[in-house]
Design a protein around this ligand. Sequence first.
Ligand code: NAP
Length: 299
Amino acid sequence: MTGSLGGLRFALVGPGRVGTSLAGWIAARGGRLQQVAGRSDRPAATLAAELDGEATRLEALDTAAADLLLLAVPDDELAGVAGVLARRPQAGVALHTCGSRGATVLAPLAAAGVATGSLHPLMAFPGRLPTPPAGLICALDGAPAALALAARLTAAFGAESLVVEESQRDAYHLAAVLSAGGLVTLLALAAEVARGAGLPKSLRRGYGTLARAALESALAASEPIDALTGPWRRGDRGTVERELALLAAAAHGDGKTVAGLARTALRLLAARGELGADAAALRRALADPGFLDRYGGGC
Ligand SMILES: NC(=O)c1ccc[n+]([C@@H]2O[C@H](COP(=O)([O-])OP(=O)(O)OC[C@H]3O[C@@H](n4cnc5c(N)ncnc54)[C@H](OP(=O)(O)O)[C@@H]3O)[C@@H](O)[C@H]2O)c1
């Protein structure tokens, strides 16, 4: 446990993956959950029983006695939920946990005098995380009082905080999506390709070792693309064409995705001035719409 949040009274809307995690982290540092509201009743009741708070309905939530109102609902629900909450007295600070939106999505609460902001933990939460992961960074924005409380929470989690402005949010979040969901999707496609060829399941460990090694090199490099290896970098056109043809035969459109990925890799390598002659020729071939039609697969 890193910092203390002793005496902090908070309420939570959205006892899902992120909401239950953050509520647990805050409570473990001395914060006191007063109320929790969700869409369905059971998750709120379960968390309330665990952390000694009270489960309530969103429409009835009055958090005026709390220091913090934490909103961890799906992105597209935030504005509507803020509108409902603004009809009743609320805590002095409200923070949401969405990475792609800044404080302004909570405009109805700001108009009601609440200091609004966001605290986005830059981490994948496939379920409730019992403790803050090592190396966690949280992106913050908002009004001064909201920023100050968000920074206090982040420090108590032992995490680093930095301000990501509203205008940077789409790019910030897209980079997060590619770093997590993008990587996972590529691994899932690799597993599907291997399964489709009837390769033994035990190979999965080998691909895991390969992926970990590639990730480590990419993270250690001054630019991730410097760690690129394989037929795209070498410009092995015959290999690339056979492999795209394999995907094209599956006819689910992933040939185009992989060809696009190869184009992106070669564009990034070229920008680093690291494109060999064969790779440059492959890049030109990939830019030809006829090539894509042949190997891109149907969408
Ligand atoms: N999961 C991640 O990896 C991750 C990482 C960082 C940030 N975030 C952000 O954190 C937020 C929550 O994501 P999550 O993954 O924790 O979602 P989640 O697991 O689906 O949880 C969402 C919670 O909000 C409740 N909810 C939905 N609509 C509501 C409404 N209209 N009124 C009240 N409660 C409502 C849900 O209740 P029901 O279950 O009853 O529908 C559920 O308890 C999102 O903004 C997301 O972008 C997510």
